[in-house]
Write a protein that binds this ligand. Sequence first.
Ligand SMILES: C[S@@+](CC[C@H](N)C(=O)[O-])C[C@H]1O[C@@H](n2cnc3c(N)ncnc32)[C@H](O)[C@@H]1O
Length: 333
Amino acid sequence: MSDHPYTHLLIPPSSPLTLQPSAGQGWGIFATNPIPKNSPILTETPLFHIPKPHPQITEHDLYTAFSNLSLPNKAQFSRLRDNASTLFTSLTNAFAENSFATVTPPGHGLYLLHSRFNHSCIPNAKIPSLDGTSITSFACRDIARGEEVTVCYNTDFECRIRSDRHKCLRFTCVCEACRRGTAFQVRSDMRRTLIRGLQYLTLGTDIDTLGIQNRKSGSHIISDPKLRRAAETMNIPLPSRLLYNLLIMVLLEHEGLLDDLMVQRMEPGIVTIAHFMQTKENADVARQAMAQETWLGKLCTAFVLWGREDLADGELAVQLRQLRQLRLQPGLS
Ligand SMILES: C[S@@+](CC[C@H](N)C(=O)[O-])C[C@H]1O[C@@H](n2cnc3c(N)ncnc32)[C@H](O)[C@@H]1O
């Protein structure tokens, strides 16, 4: 182990991290000190950046980029191994396993250290989308000294079950949510199936068809045809919409996925739904629910709304249908 090429990869002294073997997943990055939730973990600039979409990046582009590196950087690059074991068979393979997409400028960069983070379906770290070519990862929950730092390699895994996730990953994930035969894994699949169904009810479409017109819908998720039709035509009443969204938050929390970034993404929509209600009794319950401290508290308080309708249901359905039309137009997101 002492002479493994990764022991020569340079970690900035300011980062509380070390590289070491990780059971069943090659090597990984581990915390050498506690890392508090929301604090930065590691900032890294790419060894090189290629301003092209991935399929257009050729072996020749990579060879040119490699040739232009300084000698110490060439040496760093030469330490990369396929999952810490064998040499990569081509620059294209090495780049595929060690690069991240950047948004501005559009392209892909080769990041020696962030590519050493192993994947977890319940990660403790995140890498926000890249503005500029420098990456900073941060802790999405408290990380203990000695704990492995992990990120989720895909963006929509919160509503995908184990078998579905493994098709996307191309390796057999060994994280807690994937360890077969455990009670946690069984419950995890149940929670993620429920989240996917609840998303169908609130968005009117399945994750696999989101934003795509005329594609086979994932409508098997909701078996009741009446409920499915109501979801697809955006006719789910506001009180149910609120309950479905609160239930998603509770399920995400139980799954260990409700970090601050997720709350920032989800909360504004839930607050809007609560404020949109026009039937006074509903609006009063929604206000009381939203004043509760925890997501479970909000859900329990809102539960009396189950099965109710609201005066604003029709107006909301029209607005949501318009919004969906806009999203489906090319160039709009
Ligand atoms: C970008 S590398 C991560 C670092 C790698 N472990 C190393 O030693 O260089 C991605 C590869 O690590 C392995 N890996 C990452 N996360 C894993 C996980 N949760 N379970 C099993 N293998 C994992 C897989 O072989 C994957 O193709």
